[in-house]
Design a binder for this molecule. Structure first.
Ligand code: SAM
Ligand code: SF4
Ligand code: SF4
Length: 337
C-alpha cells in the first residue's frame, strides 16, 4: 500500500548509494583537504550487500516507489555492480532503473550494465574545457576518458544520455554555453545544477551560486529557448526547448527556487541509513532491521513510519533562515545526490 508524508507527498523515487568511495575529488563534494589519504571510508562489513539493497528496494516499491537511481560516491567503484543491476531489474514495479556516475569508468561498464538491465545513465560533466575539467575533478582525470565513457553509453541502450553540470561562479560558469553546444551536437540532455550547500566540508558561499535564471538567460542569448511543461508532478528540473529544434536543456534551481513541495525522494546510504531529505542529519539506520532477519516486511514497516512522519522542506527553509542558524548536515558523497 502506498504512503504519503505529512505534506501529502507520495514516495516515488529511491536513490541508492552503493559506495561512499570515489575516484574523483570534486571540490564541491569531496574536497581533497578533507577526503585525503587518511580519510576513513566505511569498512566493507558496514556496507549493505546486494541482497540487503534489494530488500530495501522491494520495500520502497511496495510503498509506491517506481524509480530507482544508483549513485555514490562513485557507483562504478562498487565491485560487480552489473550483478546488482541484474537483481534490481527483476524487482516487479521498478519502472526506471538509472545511475549517476562521473563517467571515468563508463567505457568499460556501459555495455555490461545495459545488458544487465540498466535503463539510463546520467554522467556528471562540469566542463568541456580539458583544463577546467581536470582541475574540477581534483585528481587530474582527463576529459577524454569521460568522453569515451559517454560514447560507450550512447552506443548502448542507455539513452538518452543525460549530463549533469554543477555550476560555480568563477570556476566553470564561462563554460555554460560550450557545455550546451556540446550536448546539443550529440543529442545529450544537459541539466545545469545550482551549487548547493550540501554537507559541511566545501566552504559553500552563496556568491558562487549562479542562479538558474541567469544560466537560462546566457544560453537563451545564444539559442533562444521556450519553457516546457513538467513531464510529471514533482519534476526537479525546469526544462526548456531550443527554438531551433536543437533538443532540450534543463536547470535545477535548488537554491534560488526550491521545490520541496514536489519532493518524492527517499535516499539510502551505502551503510543502510535512509534519509527523507538530502539535507537531513542522522537518518534512520535500517541495517539492524535488515540484519535481524526482519526481511522485507520489517523494512517496509520502518520505511512506512519514517515516510508518514516526514516534514522535510530544507531548501525552502534555507531561503527563510540565515546561514548561522543552519544545522550540521551529511556529505553529498555519502548520500549520493
Ligand atoms: N559520483 C557520481 C557523480 O558525480 O555523478 C554520483 C554521486 S554525486 C554525489 C551525484 C551528483 O551530485 C553529481 O551530479 C554531482 O555533480 C552532484 N553534486 C555533488 N555535490 C554537489 C553540490 N554541492 N551541489 C550540487 N550538486 C552536487
Ligand atoms: Fe565523486 Fe561524484 Fe562527489 Fe565528484 S560529485 S567527488 S565524482 S561523488
Ligand atoms: Fe527534497 Fe529536502 Fe531537497 Fe526539499 S531540501 S527538495 S525536501 S531533498
Amino acid at each position: 500500500m502506498t504512503v504519503t508524508d505529512q505534506m501529502g507527498r507520495p514516495l516515488r523515487d529511491l536513490r541508492v548509494s552503493v559506495t561512499d568511495r570515489c575516484n574523483f575529488r570534486c571540490g564541491y563534494c569531496m574536497p581533497r583537504e578533507v577526503f585525503g589519504p587518511g580519510f576513513k571510508f566505511l569498512p566493507r562489513s558496514e556496507v549493505l550487500t546486494f541482497e540487503e539493497i534489494t530488500v530495501v528496494v522491494r520495500a520502497a516499491v511496495a510503498l509506491g516507489a517506481r524509480k530507482v537511481r544508483l549513485t555514490g560516491g562513485e557507483p562504478l567503484l562498487r565491485r560487480d555492480l552489473p550483478e546488482l543491476v541484474r537483481m534490481l531489474a527483476q524487482v516487479d514495479g521498478v519502472e526506471d532503473l538509472a545511475m549517476t556516475t562521473n563517467g571515468a569508468l563508463l567505457d568499460r561498464y556501459a555495455a555490461p550494465l545495459a545488458e544487465a538491465g540498466l535503463n539510463r545513465v546520467t554522467v556528471s560533466l562540469d566542463s568541456v574545457d580539458p583544463v577546467v575539467f581536470e582541475a574540477m575533478n581534483g585528481v587530474g582525470v582527463e576529459l577524454e576518458q569521460v568522453l569515451r565513457g559517454l560514447e560507450s553509453a550512447a552506443a548502448t541502450a542507455l539513452h538518452p544520455v543525460k549530463l549533469n553540470a554543477v555550476i560555480r561562479r568563477g570556476v566553470n560558469d564561462q563554460g555554460i554555453v560550450p557545455l550546451a553546444a556540446f550536448a546539443r551536437d550529440r543529442g545529450y540532455v544537459l541539466r545545469l545544477i545550482e551549487y548547493m550547500d550540501v554537507g559541511e566540508t566545501h566552504g559553500w558561499r552563496l556568491e558562487e551560486v549562479v542562479p538558474a535564471r541567469e544560466v537560462v538567460a546566457r544560453i537563451s542569448a545564444r539559442w533562444p529557448l521556450d519553457p516546457v511543461a513538467p513531464a510529471y508532478p514533482g519534476e526537479v528540473a525546469s526544462r526548456f526547448r531550443y527554438r531551433d529544434g536543437g533538443g532540450e536543456v534543463g536547470v535545477i534551481s535548488s537554491v534560488t527556487a526550491p521545490f520541496c513541495g514536489g519532493c518524492t525522494r527517499l535516499r539510502l546510504s551505502a551503510d543502510g541509513r535512509v534519509h527523507t531529505c538530502l539535507f537531513s542529519r542522522g537518518g534512520l539506520d535500517l541495517r539492524p532491521t535488515l540484519r535481524s532477519g526482519a526481511g522485507q516486511s520489517g523494512a517496509e514497516a520502518a520505511l512506512r513510519s519514517l515516510w508518514s512522519a516526514r516534514r522535510d522542506r530544507y531548501s525552502e527553509e534555507r531561503a527563510e533562515m540565515s546561514a548561522d542558524h543552519l544545522a550540521p548536515k551529511v556529505e553529498m558523497s555519502y548520500l549520493g545526490g
